[in-house]
Design a protein around this ligand. Sequence first.
Ligand SMILES: [Fe+2]
Length: 250
Amino acid sequence: MLVAQISDIHAGPDSPSLLVFERAIDWLKAFRPDALVLTGDLVDDGWREGYRRIAQSLRSLDFPVCLLPGNGDDQSVMRGELAGIGSWAGTFIPMHFHAALTDVTLVGVDVTIAGQSYGDILPHLPWLGSTLADAATPVLVFMHQPPFEIGIEVLDQVGCRNGDALLELLKAVERPPLGILCGHVHRPVLSRTGSIVLQTCGSLCPPNPLLLGDRGDLPVLDASSFLVHEVGNDRLLSHIVSMRSLAEGG
Ligand SMILES: [Fe+2]
């Protein structure tokens, strides 16, 4: 199974991010994954027209699409404009999703908190535990804010809180997920705890600098990117698809 993941479009009326997104969607139409997951921060400032244009692109796909909100999303506008594309587990908030495909189960945990940049997994552990217990196929768990430190202090301050409690839960479940797959930090980062892969997807908006320690003055050379996850019975391979800048074309 091939599961594409796009994160952090941050579309706005004056940014090229929506064009980058539309180019990624064109590529995915030709690539034909089995599913696409968006891990939040679709637009900035609740830009309704941005949600509409993203919805229009997503409606042109013939594979399932799952959607999580990020801290920058307006959940009410997002839910309204993307109704019929995403299907969420609850009636309104949180916007968790659960999709049992043929050979993989996709679980999205909405860890966002209204008005905050950081997230928190703690209130959602009971739902996640019971969802994992019911899964009949290998599971990928998606979140917006990562529950692990990526080493960039300003971003770790706004990560997902109570990651330790999440890892305790995952140690206790019969079928731990193959990976915890996040967004939010606008850089691809890979980590691991036990047999569980922890990673963040790059962004379609311009990436953040690699601010490790005092190396803050380095230029950003990174391209926008997204991920394609290849899921087998007991394995997860994640391919990074980097996108040339619009100025380069192609
Ligand atoms: Fe975010």
